[in-house]
Write a protein that binds this ligand. Structure first.
Ligand code: HEC
Ligand code: HEC
Ligand code: HEC
Ligand code: HEC
Ligand code: HEC
Ligand code: HEC
Ligand code: HEC
Ligand code: HEC
Ligand code: HEC
Ligand code: HEC
Length: 319
């Protein structure tokens, strides 16, 4: 299959010094340039002209390389002459993986997309164009700045743009398929995704990756949570072991929880005592249970053990 890699082919690079794409590749290569498509495909041409793909032909390093319509649809000279749909690459009958390969011929090189073929989306036939639209989305408008809180966000409201050529903005895009997680963001304690304060992609890479289950960034002492909660990362003189060994998910759920502070247990002592069992024998594998009483005075563990994620001064996390 022809996959839009004309930019690297020898034939094209030899002609790199010529001034314009059209004149550089029109002759016997079968390319005519995007202008030739305008008259018959007004809608696509108009929508496309607002995208960053359309800007490529104006960038110096792309001069003489195949850009525009033909970078995806292949050489269009024969098709342009009489409009025969059989003489142009069409994606109508292509599988999602084939279409994605066309995009990856240019995009695979960047870290963000390197691992697309290792992700759950690829495995489940979700391709680039399930989330992106190359010439039907509105682009170029500003994102509502009042929604920009911890990260660029884009609550979808009429009149506001779709960033990054997305078919729909987040989180609606993700929730259109992942309905099962939506209710979690309505629980009493939750990350404000539905409010537009942050996005699914702050924690997940929709393009795949090496982290937990390969699509998302890990819960642990890793970038996903630390990007925003750096103060919990340490290093501390006195680390609370599970923060480092099991990660944040030892005690928190990421999306939402009926318990305060996204905790996995409804009461703090209940959480602590799942690991710090009271009965403690020397040499046991579990961490020590508290030697102090478990009467009411001690019930609210984090009243005294305040720096529960780790401390610079107190081995029992008092300050
Ligand atoms: C002379 C008019 C004309 C020109 C110029 C033209 N097309 Fe077309 N194109 C057509 C017609 C007619 C169809 C078939 C109508 C349809 O299927 O909707 C078509 C269909 C297509 C299709 C869909 C194929 C399919 O399977 O339905 C693509 C993709 C396409 N053109 C791309 C291009 C590109 C890229 C260019 C510029 C290089 C271009 N066209 C130039 C007339 C033209
Ligand atoms: C970045 C890759 C890319 C570029 C560049 C591109 N297209 Fe497309 N085109 C697609 C894909 C993918 C589809 C299949 C529909 C979809 O998923 O959006 C498509 C579909 C089409 C169709 C079929 C009708 C439809 O909407 O399904 C036509 C016609 C078309 N493109 C014309 C053009 C023209 C004209 C240009 C330049 C102005 C162009 N395309 C630039 C990727 C591209
Ligand atoms: C000819 C090479 C090429 C092909 C083929 C290509 N792209 Fe791109 N694309 C680029 C370049 C270069 C940029 C701009 C720099 C960047 O962001 O990487 C870009 C930018 C983008 C952006 C960011 C847009 C923005 O507004 O920030 C998206 C999304 C994108 N491409 C998706 C796709 C999809 C989906 C396909 C396949 C249907 C595709 N691209 C095919 C070269 C290509
Ligand atoms: C499951 C949905 C989904 C799929 C599938 C997907 N993307 Fe994206 N992509 C996104 C989202 C969401 C963003 C915006 C992230 C942000 O706002 O920072 C994005 C951003 C981008 C960007 C701009 C940011 C950057 O890294 O430069 C490019 C380019 C891009 N995608 C290309 C692709 C390509 C190529 C494919 C297929 C190989 C693809 N995407 C598949 C959801 C998806
Ligand atoms: C077109 C439908 C579709 C869209 C849109 C979509 N996904 Fe997916 N996603 C899937 C399918 C199908 C799977 C694999 C089956 C499953 O685990 O649900 C998947 C898997 C995942 C997984 C891995 C789940 C696991 O158990 O390993 C994550 C995380 C994910 N998607 C996040 C996102 C995010 C974030 C977005 C928005 C940027 C998004 N998805 C958009 C369909 C979609
Ligand atoms: C604060 C970070 C964060 C945000 C924001 C976030 N996720 Fe997740 N998500 C995670 C983590 C971490 C996991 C892994 C949970 C686990 O393994 O127990 C996960 C798991 C998932 C899964 C796998 C199924 C499951 O329940 O284990 C899907 C699907 C998913 N997220 C989709 C989404 C969607 C869609 C959004 C946006 C509406 C989103 N996530 C927002 C961190 C986040
Ligand atoms: C994009 C930034 C961002 C990321 C990434 C992020 N958080 Fe948050 N988190 C916030 C913000 C902002 C708040 C407080 C505002 C709010 O209530 O939403 C918060 C609140 C919390 C709270 C307190 C909730 C409450 O009810 O008081 C916990 C616990 C938490 N995050 C854990 C995590 C974990 C675990 C991860 C990784 C899976 C994570 N966060 C990833 C931004 C982030
Ligand atoms: C050993 C259990 C445990 C682990 C592991 C843990 N936390 Fe917590 N975290 C708690 C408890 C308990 C609270 C509530 C403290 C209180 O009662 O005020 C809390 C509160 C929070 C809060 C809200 C209050 C504040 O101090 O800002 C955030 C944010 C938070 N944790 C983030 C994280 C992140 C990020 C990680 C992973 C690096 C993590 N936690 C790992 C037990 C844990
Ligand atoms: C996921 C298991 C886990 C949870 C939940 C947990 N801890 Fe720990 N905690 C540990 C481990 C493991 C150590 C290290 C024990 C060692 O080195 O002997 C530790 C160490 C400690 C220490 C330092 C003293 C010592 O024995 O080393 C204190 C104090 C402590 N935890 C209090 C708490 C409190 C309070 C909570 C509830 C907010 C809590 N822990 C929740 C596993 C846990
Ligand atoms: C009123 C304050 C206070 C409260 C509340 C409290 N602790 Fe402690 N905790 C202490 C003191 C004091 C020590 C001993 C510190 C030392 O040895 O220097 C301690 C020590 C510990 C230790 C280290 C092992 C040991 O016994 O020396 C663990 C584990 C611990 N507490 C867990 C808990 C748990 C779990 C809770 C909640 C059920 C809790 N604590 C509630 C004050 C408190």
């Amino acid at each position: 299959m022809w996959v839009g890699s004309g930019r690297t082919s020898e034939a094209v690079s030899k002609e790199k010094d010529k001034p314009k794409l059209a004149s550089a590749v029109s002759d016997d290569s079968g390319y005519v340039g995007s202008d030739a498509c305008k008259d018959c495909h007004e809608d696509q041409s108009k929508a496309f002209s607002h995208t960053s793909h359309a800007q490529l032909s104006t960038i110096r390093s792309w001069k003489g390389k195949v850009t525009g319509c033909e970078s995806c649809h292949g050489p269009g000279k024969a098709h342009s002459e009489e409009g025969d749909p059989a003489k142009i690459i069409s994606f109508k009958n292509k599988s999602s993986k084939e279409t994605s390969e066309t995009c990856l011929s240019c995009h695979a090189g960047r870290e963000e997309h390197n691992n697309f073929r290792r992700g759950e989306h690829w495995r489940n036939d979700i391709g680039c164009t399930d989330c992106h639209s190359t010439h039907s989305a509105e682009t170029g408008k500003n994102v509502a700045s009042s929604n920009v809180f911890v990260a660029e966000a884009n609550a979808q409201k009429p009149g506001f743009s779709m960033v990054k050529l997305l078919r729909t903005s987040e989180p609606q895009l993700c929730l259109s398929c992942h309905t099962e997680v939506k209710h979690q963001f309505n629980l009493p304690s939750h990350h404000k995704v539905l409010e537009g304060a942050m996005k699914c992609s702050d924690c997940h890479n929709p393009h795949g990756g090496f982290e937990l289950k390969q699509t998302r960034l890990a819960t642990g002492a890793d970038a996903a949570c630390m990007k925003c909660h750096a103060d919990k990362q340490g290093p501390f003189a006195f680390e609370h072991a599970p923060v480092k060994t099991e990660g944040c998910s030892a005690c928190h759920t990421p999306h939402g929880s009926a318990n305060p502070r996204l905790l996995t247990a409804s009461r703090v002592p209940q959480l602590c005592l799942t690991c710090h069992s009271v009965a403690h024998d020397v040499g046991a594998i579990e961490p020590a249970g508290p030697q102090h009483n478990l009467n009411a005075q001690y019930g609210n563990c984090t009243n005294c053990h305040i720096k529960i994620h780790g401390s610079h001064t107190s081995p029992v996390f008092f300050r």
